[in-house]
Design a protein around this ligand. Structure first.
Ligand code: SF4
Length: 691
């Protein structure tokens, strides 16, 4: 059988594994790991292997559809030429299906009308982390320059905005400091709030390889995860105590004088202030946990982690278990403080590794799809609104139009009751998507677009590695950037891009601190290795950041201390409050699915394994429970009826659920509680009761 092989990059998580697709008669037959791949290390997980079937699903969206309601409301206002082109509209199942060119004109007219009537501030755009950098760049440029709105955000708001914030505050750069392969070189690995085997499998593989080579592993989490079976130290902590525990590790390093005096003297500032604060913080001493029932072992384990971290070449790996809390950004600062204390940064085999979620969330942030950063993290003249504030302004009808690109905000964001009712208020909602989902139900115009496997574009993974992806299958659908450019053109803007490379050349000039030398030509030459930013004009890449100076203004690492505040579960544990019907729920991903499951649900080998969200519960809590399914209720809303399963890793009084299926309505349980600095929702802890 003859087939051709195309090399590209996986479209799912932030690991960004390199793939080799076998193509026969223009269709994918098989996806295999690319054996020379740097990010995947020659491996891929089940999503990489089987997660391509969605491409050929009969449920894929066509080119465009416009809601009948929108038509009825606006038809009399359409300009004459548009009316003439439409003629007598025909509706099928509540939608009008125009030619693409006509739909661009209609979208451009409506955006212009809202801009003219209410100014650009009446608009917001959300998305960009699943598509290419080129599309992300055009999305923010269109929002800022054509619509005249500063309100641009991406899904980093629900995941790693706190990593960006905390790292920039302390070390000046919000990105992983080292290549993934350095994990294998570390002597000690601290994994915090990351269910790595399920959410970032190829990182877990490296952690286990490091273990085989003799590295010690510690896990800090609210539940026992698979990695705990391999870890030397496991700290199962109460909900909402990451910052507390991380501060305690620093406390031990300081009180036992395990810190790197030379590094602190030569590379950092504000150490004395930091030291004073930590020594005067009544919560920083790990002995605090001696008084917390069920967690009395923690002082010993925390001290062991501190000693192992400070005395080894160490790396910290973290996920959303750290960031999605009300003190998420401060917890990231606490992680960075540890690296500064011990000198575990700026060299091979030591450093900081935030595990980004979506395949291009790093790239979307690099491209400026953030309300407070332009491309290359320059500051805009006017800061835009973060997504939760956009929702508020939609509620109050100050924001009239929304453009959503590849982000199902009616499923994956917190406080869905609020979001759903807000979306009803919009005057105009445009969505670029692959499939109908929760957000398309609200949309006035839905553009069906190419998926990551059908187009050319640059993606930046969680280790800052740029890959130039190649199409595996042909698609007649437009790319995201083509839809946006066409709308921009009909709004009178000069968006004359013919290819994604045209756009990338502009990115290289606009974001030259990171991408100056990362041309398509060089990316093609680098092949599966890719290039790690910053890439100099001469094409030199940077595997390890902060080798000589930090990327702060003065080049020094800056200690930042934040006291932990006593709340929630700890108060109940200390005061021995027993409310049998109330639980603390945390959420996370399953290996077989991704985010809202838009793509994975359409792949038989993935959906056959898991076809609903399951609630994991503690044996003791549920021993007399007779129901087969339960509904949960919180201060913010109610879940659907969920199947539950007893799991030995779940502590009494706590629960865990995935959130991939809209019908389970898990995200209706979360309210407005969010990280104080970035407004990333506190998805990792909510108090619930059984309904
Ligand atoms: Fe794709 Fe992530 Fe799996 Fe790699 S680890 S194959 S990038 S889903």
């Amino acid at each position: 059988m003859s087939f051709k092989t195309v090399e590209s990059v996986c479209t799912y998580c932030g690991v960004g594994c390199e793939i080799s697709a076998q193509i026969e008669n223009g269709k994918i037959k098989k996806i295999l790991p690319n054996k020379n791949g740097k990010a995947g290390g020659g491996n891929i997980c089940i999503k990489g292997k089987y997660g391509w079937e969605f491409l050929n699903s009969a449920k894929r969206l066509g080119e465009v559809k416009i809601k009948k309601d929108f038509f009825i409301k606006n038809f009399h206002l359409f300009p004459k030429e548009i009316k003439q082109e439409i003629g007598v509209p025909e509706f099928v199942d509540g939608y009008y299906y125009p030619q693409l060119e006509l739909s661009y004109k209609i979208a451009a007219w409506k955006f212009s009308q809202i801009k003219d009537d209410f100014t650009g501030f009446a608009h917001a755009s959300i998305g960009g982390a699943r598509t290419s950098c080129e599309s992300g760049f055009i999305f923010q440029k269109f929002t800022r320059e054509v619509l005249g709105s500063p309100n641009i955000d991406n899904c980093a708001r629900v995941c790693h905005a706190p990593s960006l914030k905390g790292m920039r505050l302390t070390i000046g750069e919000g990105a992983a400091t080292n290549p993934y392969d350095d994990i294998k070189e570390a002597g000690f690995l601290l994994v915090v709030g990351s269910n790595t085997t399920e959410a970032h499998p190829m990182i877990a593989t490296r952690i286990l390889e490091a273990k085989k080579r003799g590295a010690k592993i510690a896990v800090i989490d609210v539940r026992k995860i698979k990695l705990c079976d391999f870890a030397d130290l496991n700290a199962i902590i109460p909900f909402e105590t990451n910052l507390l525990v991380l501060n305690m590790i620093s406390y031990v390093i300081i009180t036992e004088e395990l810190y790197d005096k030379n590094f602190i003297k030569n590379r950092t500032e504000w150490f004395e202030e930091y030291k004073n604060e930590i020594l005067n913080d009544p919560f920083a001493n790990p002995d605090f946990f001696l008084g917390v029932k069920g967690y009395e072992e923690l002082p010993k384990i925390i001290s062991q982690i501190a000693r192992a971290y400070a005395s080894n070449k160490s790396m910290i790996v973290w996920g959303l278990g750290v960031t999605e809390h009300i003190d998420g950004s401060y917890a990231v600062c606490a992680i960075c403080n540890l690296a500064l204390l011990s000198g575990n940064i700026g060299k091979m085999g030591a450093g900081l590794m935030p595990l980004r979620g979506q395949n291009n969330v790093q790239g979307a942030c690099d491209m400026g799809c953030l309300p407070y950063y332009l491309p290359d993290y320059d500051h805009p003249q006017v800061e835009g609104l973060k997504t939760p504030d956009v929702i508020k302004k939609i509620q109050s009808q100050e924001i009239k139009s929304l453009y959503v690109m590849g982000e199902d905000i009616a499923h994956i964001h917190a406080n869905q009751n609020k979001i759903h009712s807000a979306l009803e208020n919009l005057e105009f909602l445009v969505v670029n998507e692959l499939f109908d989902n929760e957000i398309t139900k609200f949309a006035d115009i839905v553009f069906g677009v190419k998926s990551g496997y059908e187009k050319t574009g640059v993606y930046v993974n969680a280790e800052r590695r740029l890959h130039l992806s190649s199409p595996l299958q042909e698609s007649s659908l437009p790319d995201d950037w083509e839809v946006i450019s066409k709308i921009a053109k009909y709004m009178g803007a000069n968006f004359e891009y013919q290819t994604s490379e045209n756009i990338w050349n502009e990115v290289m000039a606009s974001a030259k601190k990171r991408f100056a030398g990362a041309s398509y030509e060089r990316l093609i030459q680098s092949g599966t290795q890719g290039l790690q930013w910053p890439v100099s004009l001469e094409g030199m890449q940077t595997p390890v950041l902060h080798a000589k100076t930090f990327r702060t203004k003065d080049g020094f690492g800056q200690f930042r201390y934040k006291k932990w505040q006593k709340r929630g579960m700890i108060i109940e544990l200390i005061n021995n409050i027993k409310n049998k019907s109330s639980f603390y729920l945390t959420t996370g991903r399953a290996l077989h699915h991704y985010n809202n499951g838009a793509q994975t649900k359409e792949c038989s080998k993935l959906i056959d394994k898991i076809d609903e969200d399951i609630l994991l519960v503690n044996q003791e809590d549920f021993e007399n429970f007779k129901e087969e399914r339960i509904g949960l209720i919180s201060a913010a809303g109610e879940s659907g009826k969920l199947k539950f399963k007893v799991h030995s890793g779940i502590k009494k009084g706590t629960m865990f659920a995935t959130f991939h299926f809209a019908s389970s309505k898990i995200n209706f349980l979360f309210g407005d509680e969010a990280d104080e600095l970035t407004k990333t929702a506190a998805f990792k802890s909510v108090k619930v009761e059984i309904k």
